[in-house]
Design a protein around this ligand. Structure first.
Ligand code: DGY
Length: 332
């Protein structure tokens, strides 16, 4: 099995699991002996097991379902998983580390665009923009009237943030300085005053406290076992009936069934969602609801950001096969 520094860059066999922006694919061709999954469809269980045996580096992403038995596959060759994305809940970090596989990710470069999209979904849900567009496109709009499609006021409202890391803070910046919103948040560790002072944000003691205090709640914690269903029926019940839930983090953070019930029963006013429990399968009950704005996992989907993510993944692998420490190692 090869390890870092053993393989001259041009001889490192790399597999990119989905299509990447052209400019980054071109760089990959120049740097590595690269194979692209040109079908751009999710790889199967067997594809992944074979990939772990046949490549030195795999460049996976959030839509990859890496099977548990790939990490310990016999004759394993892979020594690097250079993830395209900041979230890595699709990679079993303990299993990768136990197998001696280095994992890297792409933090920072998608912060702004994900925060922008969270604000977009918040506005879309509060101001019923999607619903209005559907009405107009189906020729049902009969004209302006004082009681037409009344939404919720965003400016000056209270925004609760769950997970006050890079993206949570970036959303707080936009909401506080752009929309005069009051910021409260929940974060597992205490956040330093020099950070909270930037948005006059108040750290509360529990998720429930944030749900209860907020007009809008935006989720920015990582996915995975530790945060699975942090937003469950009880957390939703703590929200104001006029409250909105925004999720650009990971689908498994929210109990989707409980959310659909809360939206249907009017326990909360609405939601803006970019991520789902079983992507790309969205429950038909959710799609049928008018009080939810739905986006197809677009958080980082701008040319500038997707190129930056790709280049960062390549930089990580470049360093690894050069025998250096990759700049963005996931320690788990
Ligand atoms: C991430 O990086 O985690 C994003 O969700 C993928 O776009």
């Amino acid at each position: 099995m090869c390890s870092r520094g053993d393989i001259a860059l041009k001889h490192a066999k790399a597999l990119v699991t989905r299509r990447w922006p052209q400019a980054v694919e071109q760089r990959m061709r120049e740097v590595f002996d690269v194979t692209f999954n040109t079908s751009d469809t999710p790889m199967t269980h067997d594809d992944f097991r074979a990939a772990f045996q046949n490549f030195d580096a795999i460049f996976p992403t959030v839509s990859d379902n890496i099977p548990a038995d790939a990490y310990g596959v016999e004759h394993r060759r892979v020594s690097l998983l250079a993830n395209f994305g900041v979230g890595y809940n699709h990679i079993n970090i303990p299993a990768a580390h136990a197998a001696g596989i280095t994992v890297t990710n792409t933090p920072g470069v998608l912060t702004d665009c994900t925060a922008d999209l969270a604000m977009g979904l918040l506005l879309c849900a509060a101001r019923r923009i999607g619903e209005g567009e559907r009405e107009l496109r189906s020729d049902k709009w009969v004209g302006w009237r004082p009681t037409h499609m009344i939404g919720a006021k965003v400016t000056g409202a209270t925004l609760g943030i769950i997970g006050f890391g890079r993206i949570g803070q970036a959303v707080a910046q936009r909401a506080h300085h752009g929309f005069g919103m009051k910021i409260v948040f929940y974060n597992r560790s205490t956040v330093a005053p020099e950070i909270t002072e930037m948005t006059n944000a108040q750290q509360l003691g529990s998720v429930r406290d944030v749900m209860a205090a907020s007009d809008f709640v935006s989720l920015h914690c990582p996915g995975g076992d530790e945060t699975r269903h942090v937003i469950d029926a009880q957390a939703l019940a703590a929200m104001k009936p006029t409250g909105f839930l925004i999720n650009t983090a990971r689908g498994d953070v929210v109990d989707e069934t409980a959310l659909i019930a809360a939206l249907k029963n009017g326990e909360i006013a609405g939601a803006g969602l970019d991520v789902y429990a079983q992507e790309p399968n969205i429950p038909s009950d959710l799609k049928a609801l008018e009080n939810v704005a739905l986006a197809p996992h677009l958080g980082s989907a701008t040319r500038a950001t997707r190129e930056a993510m790709g280049h960062m993944a390549v930089d990580n692998a470049h360093a690894f096969f050069d025998g250096k420490t990759p700049p963005n190692i996931v320690h788990g």
